[in-house]
Structures are given as structure tokens and as C-alpha cells.
Design a protein around this ligand. Structure first.
Ligand code: NAI
Ligand code: F6P
Length: 383
């Protein structure tokens, strides 16, 4: 019988990456989203196009899909009877969908469904599924938690595919445009029951190395491109990375972060530098229009202690390695202004009122007395 999956978040990554891989692997996908018109159209069409752009562009049709409103009871029924739950809603939204997932689990247990269920959060976040598990368990009693321990796997993953929103050239609002590169790596130690066979889903027993490699290379370089690019007046990532100075700073920041990864996980230096070069090439993709505002979005989240800027910086302190370009990237993040991004507005208001040092302590958890905080302040004043 065809396997089933409920996927929360029918946005760019949902439709363009995870939902597509599931459907390509003959899994019947139900998208759960809060966007009413999107849900209506997906459930009406039951298919959509993915435009894969790169050297060999093509259009794939994704079939066997339907959609429900994630606030409705339908989704609870679906979770009670599905084989997999995946998410691509945004790190901040995981807490909001946890109650619905818990209700689905309770219904599942009440129905006596003891088949294994695996839940995979596909967000830009270290161990997102483990975070989701804690949020879901907060809605379960002890007996339900014991059942969940037995039958429900919360599987951490790393997801990598650049999928910016695109104006559909042919007025098809369901179509998504994606780069040809994609990488979805899951922790094979966390599954319950048989590991589902999904084309393009790679397994590892060393997930942290891959999560950190992705977040602290691609995402570190990407957001620094956005913040330096924004300061220089560029609208897109491609324009920004085309600027030789920004390209040099971004490459250097990824190398500094990479040195930490090499020391921590033993990655081969030459292969890691090739990985960085490939990422720069992906940022330069002429077929994608990726705005600095999308990549720089939610700067407070990105400046968090465990996220793509501060965590690599802390690594350089731990290993005593170079960090000038990372410090510049952090200073540029503090300069990020965007009146339509509530976090950028909040950050600028806080900076105005309290200055750089207090902002670094408040949002990044950096000691104001530290050498690095002082360097960031000094770079900030020169940018
Ligand atoms: N776009 C990209 O290139 C990549 C994004 N990611 C990560 O994937 C996640 C999703 O990103 P995108 O697809 O770009 O965002 P998006 O904004 O295109 O899609 C998010 C979707 O979640 C839906 N949503 C919001 N609240 C919801 C709720 N309570 N229940 C169900 N659905 C809800 C939204 O309506 C939207 O359709 C983020 O964590 C992002 O960091 C990771 C790798 C690549
Ligand atoms: O989705 P976030 O965490 O806001 O960050 C945007 C980042 O996510 C991606 O879309 C995919 O990893 C990158 O393009 C970019 O670095």
C-alpha cells in the first residue's frame, strides 16, 4: 500500500523540496498549511509544477498530493493514520504546530494504531525535531509520552536547497522554482520501525557534523552576503556576491567558520574549500532571483547564540582561530535595516536605545567585556 505523509508548510521548501521528494518516492502527501487560498488550490489541483533551474532546466510535475488547513480537525485525523510527518514552516512556527501534532498522536493511540510514525522537522535549525519533540511532549500525559517513546521517532535532519519565492512566469501560483542542487540528510539513529526509502534522503549516524556543515557554511555565508549586500545597496544575492569585495569577505567568513568545522569534525580541508566554492557558485545562480531581504530575514533569530553567525564565532574562540571576517559579518548584521521586517525594526530600535555592546549581550549572549564584542563595536562604527 502507498505510504502516507503529512507535511506542514506548503511554501517554497515544502512544495519545492520535501513534498517533491516524498511524492517522487510514491508517498501520498497531504500538505497542511494556514494559507487558505493555497490549500484550496492544492487540494483542487492535486498536483503542481516544480521548475528546476540550472545548466539543465526542466519542469517536474508533482502528483499524489492533497492539502488541508493545519488548524482544522482534518489534520489531526490525518496524523492519526499517517506514516510520516514532515515540516518546513519556519523555526519559530514549530511551537505553534506542536499541539496539533500531539492531538494527532493522542487520537492515533486511542485508535490503537501502533504502527511506527516518524516526524522530521526540515528547518534551518540545529536539531529541530528534538526541539519539536519537547514541544509536543508538553501536550502529552505520562502514559501518552511512554507510548510516543515506543512508536514515534523524532528524526533530526539537515536540509539544503535554495528555493526563493518566484513570480510565476505563467501565472501559476502553485509553481515553485528551485536550484538543481539538493541535500536532505537525516539521523538514522532516531527512526522508529523501518527507515522509509525516500529518493534523495540520505542517512547518517553523524548528523551534527552535517547540520553544522550546512548551517555554518551555506547559511553563514548567505546571510553575510545579504547583510553586506544590503549595506552596499544591492537587491539580490547574485548582485551582492558579484561584488569582488563582498565575495572575498564572504569566502573568508566561510573559511573561518570552516576551520572550526574541520577541527571539530575532521572534515578534509581541500574538500571543504571545494564545498565553499560550490556554495559561492550557487549564490551566483543566474536563474534564481533571491532577494537580500529574504536571505537576511529575521536578523534577531540569525544573531542568536546558536545560530549561523555567533555559533561559528564561538567556535573560533574555542579553537583560537581567525575570525576577522565573521566579526565583520556580525557588525553588518547589526546594521541591517528593513522597515518591512519586524525583527530588523526591533533590532535597530534596541541599538538606538542601548548601543552595540548591550545589543550583543541581549540578542547574541556575548559578554560586553569580551575582545570579540569590542572588535564588533569598532567595526560597526567604521562600516
Ligand atoms: N527556502 C529555502 O531555500 C530554504 C528554507 N529552509 C527552511 O525551511 C523552512 C520553510 O522555509 P520556506 O519554505 O522558504 O518558507 P515559506 O514561507 O515559503 O513557507 C512556509 C509555509 O509555512 C506555512 N505556515 C505558517 N504557519 C503555519 C502553521 N501554523 N501550520 C502550517 N503551515 C504554516 C506558511 O503559510 C507557508 O506556506 C524554514 O525553516 C527555512 O529556514 C531550509 C532550506 C532552504
Ligand atoms: O530560511 P532562513 O533561516 O531565514 O534563512 C534563509 C536561508 O535559508 C535558505 O533559504 C536555505 O538554506 C538559504 O537560502 C538562506 O541562507
Amino acid at each position: 500500500m502507498m505510504k502516507k505523509a503529512v507535511h506542514f508548510g506548503a511554501g517554497n521548501i515544502g512544495r519545492g523540496f520535501i513534498g517533491k521528494l516524498l511524492a517522487d518516492s510514491d508517498v501520498a502527501v497531504t500538505f497542511a498549511d494556514v494559507n487558505g487560498p493555497l490549500i484550496d488550490q492544492l487540494s483542487h489541483e492535486q498536483k503542481y509544477n516544480v521548475r528546476v533551474v540550472g545548466k539543465d532546466s526542466k519542469i517536474d510535475v508533482v502528483k499524489h498530493i492533497t492539502a488541508v488547513n493545519s488548524m482544522s480537525k482534518d489534520v489531526v485525523d490525518q496524523i492519526a493514520n499517517t506514516d510520516m510527518v514532515t515540516t518546513a514552516v519556519g523555526a519559530n512556527v514549530l511551537d505553534k504546530i506542536a499541539r496539533t501534532i500531539a492531538e494527532g498522536l493522542v487520537k492515533r493511540f486511542e485508535q490503537g494504531n501502533e504502527s511506527p510514525l516518524n516526524i522530521i522537522a526540515c528547518e534551518n535549525m540545529v536539531r529541530g525535531s528534538t526541539h519539536l519533540k519537547a514541544e509536543v511532549y508538553a501536550h502529552l500525559n505520562e502514559e501518552q509520552q511512554t507510548k510516543a517513546d515506543e512508536y514515534v521517532g523524532f528524526v533530526d535532519s539537515a536540509v539544503d536547497r535554495i528555493v526563493p519565492p518566484m513570480d510565476a512566469a505563467n501565472d501559476d501560483p502553485l509553481e515553485v522554482t528551485v536550484e538543481s542542487f539538493s541535500e536532505w540528510i537525516v539521523d538514522d539513529q532516531q527512526f522508529k520501525g523501518e527507515i522509509p526509502s525516500i529518493v534523495g534522503m540520505e542517512r547518517t549516524s553523524n548528523l551534527m557534523a552535517y547540520v553544522e556543515r550546512k548551517l555554518f557554511t551555506l547559511n553563514t555565508g548567505h546571510c553575510i552576503t545579504a547583510y553586506l549586500g544590503c549595506m552596499a545597496g544591492y537587491r539580490t544575492i547574485r548582485e551582492a556576491i558579484g561584488d569582488p569585495i563582498i565575495r572575498m569577505d564572504v569566502t573568508e567568513a566561510m573559511k573561518e567558520s570552516g576551520e572550526v568545522l574541520i577541527q571539530r569534525y575532521g572534515f578534509d580541508r581541500e574538500l571543504h574549500y571545494a564545498y565553499i566554492e560550490k556554495i559561492i557558485e550557487r549564490f551566483s545562480n543566474p536563474f534564481l532571483v533571491d532577494e537580500v531581504a529574504r536571505v537576511g530575514r529575521e536578523p534577531i533569530r540569525k544573531l542568536g547564540r546558536n545560530d549561523r553567525l555567533i555559533r561559528p564565532l564561538l567556535g573560533t574562540i574555542e579553537y583560537g582561530t581567525a575570525n576577522d571576517a565573521l566579526l565583520k559579518g556580525i557588525a553588518a548584521a547589526l546594521k541591517y535595516e528593513n522597515a518591512t521586517d519586524p525583527q530588523a525594526v526591533e533590532l535597530q530600535a534596541y541599538l538606538q536605545e542601548y548601543g552595540v555592546m548591550k545589543t550583543l549581550t541581549h540578542y547574541c549572549g556575548l559578554e560586553a567585556t569580551s575582545k570579540e564584542a569590542q572588535s564588533i563595536e569598532s567595526i560597526f562604527s567604521q562600516l
